[in-house]
Structures are given as C-alpha cells and as structure tokens.
Design a protein around this ligand. Sequence first.
Ligand code: SAH
Length: 248
Amino acid sequence: MDIPRIFNITESAHRIHNPFTPEKFDMLGEALRLEPGTRILDLGSGSGEMLCTWARDYGIRGTGIDLSPLFTRQAQCRATELGVSEQLSFIHGDAAGHVSDERVGVAACVGATWIGGGVAGTVGLLARSLASGGIILIGEPFWQHRPPSDEVARGCLAGAVSDFLELPALIASFDAIGYDVVEMVLADQNGWDRYEAAKWLTMRRWLDANPADPLAKEVRDMLSSEPKRYATYTREYLGWGVFALMAR
Ligand code: SAH
C-alpha cells in the first residue's frame, strides 16, 4: 500500500508537503490556543511536521495516518529527533473511513481532502472522531484569481476550473454544511515557492543518482518543465490555506 512512487521521489526531502512553512504551522498552532494534552488526529499526516512541532511547542498528543511508508518513517524519525515520540504515533495506512477509538479535540486533514471524497465528505469523516466542542482543520487550495479557462486550470494541475472555489465561496461552503469558520491561516507565495521549488533540487539530485531508473525520463521531463509551469500557472492562480471549523 503506497502512494504513486513519483511523489515519494519528488517530495522525499520535504518536511511539509504543502505550501505552508514552519512559521505558518507555528502561527496556526498559536491561533488555535492549543492546551497541553489536547488529542489530535491527522489524516494524511505526511512526514509529521505539524504534529511533531505542536507536540514539542504546545504539549499536544496525537496520531497521524499516512499512505506513504516513506513519509510515515520520516514522521517517526522526526518525532524521535524532537523528543516527542512518547506523545505521538504515526501509522502507515489508508485513512479513508478512519475513525479514532477515542474522541479528539482537534481532527485534521491538511492537504488531502480526497481521503473523504472532497471537503464536505472529509469534514463529515473527521466529525466522527471529534469530541463535542472540538475543532476540525481542513487544508485546501482555492483560486486566488479565477482562471479564465479550464486549460489554465489544467496548467495549475487541476482537472477543471470547477475543481476549486475562490476564497469567499470556499468559506461560504463551510457555512453551508453547518460549520463556523473560527480561524484561518493562509499560505503565501514564499510558502508556495518552498513547496514547489524544493522539488526541483530533489529531482535533480535523484536524477544524478538514478539515471537508469524506469522513472528517470518522467522525472527528467518534469524537471525541464515544472519551474516554468509553476511560475506561469500555480504561482499566479492558486491559493492555499488551513481553515479551523466548529460545528454550530
Ligand atoms: N498533511 C501533510 C501531508 C500533505 S500531502 C503535510 O501537511 O505535510 C498529502 C498526504 O496524503 C501525503 O503524505 C500522502 O502520502 C497522503 N495520502 C494520500 N492518500 C492517502 C490516503 N488514502 N490515506 C492516508 N494518507 C494519504
């Protein structure tokens, strides 16, 4: 059970697999006024940076589930490195349909809402693990500027313009399913550059080390085209943020 190998190659050196920086996760943790001992469930926890740093800085406890064995191992190593492995567990597995045994104070899915079949489905899934009065965190892209055509949307690696909403409509969509938006922290272009541009050096080093790999041609083509594609499309049109929700 694994994610497509290309992501394990291009994002192998990432600690954060989305356009957030360490500063943004810190800002979010602070904004949520996390109490020591708060339990957090994180579906699609990646390399675990959010849970590990919040365990260190705010004393939270938590469980992360991720489909990538590589990212899960990296999360476990990071927890050990930060001295918080007693507070956290990182499990390799499919998070689709996952409900925790014990109710949590914060239930998160940060940049992986396909796990619940979209934003509304993921909010519904997370709600099943949430203690009353708890907070749901959703990390999701939105259109910073609406693309003029589906062709431009595809340049942003979306399937169509209709795949994402603009920020006011995304916020309204949470209201429409019965949730108050109680906080939000948005990524900026520097964060996007960290997420996207960090892949390029990783790809280049991987290519130099693995010239005969079956994926070498695909990675070569990506490295040749991605910087321009990113600068033309994603960097222009796509926003990203984490939204904190409480049921009304
Ligand atoms: N929340 C993390 C990772 C976001 S990237 C962070 O902020 O860094 C999306 C993550 O979802 C990847 O780590 C990928 O391995 C994971 N993923 C994809 N499909 C999944 C599934 N069905 N169940 C669990 N994790 C999944």
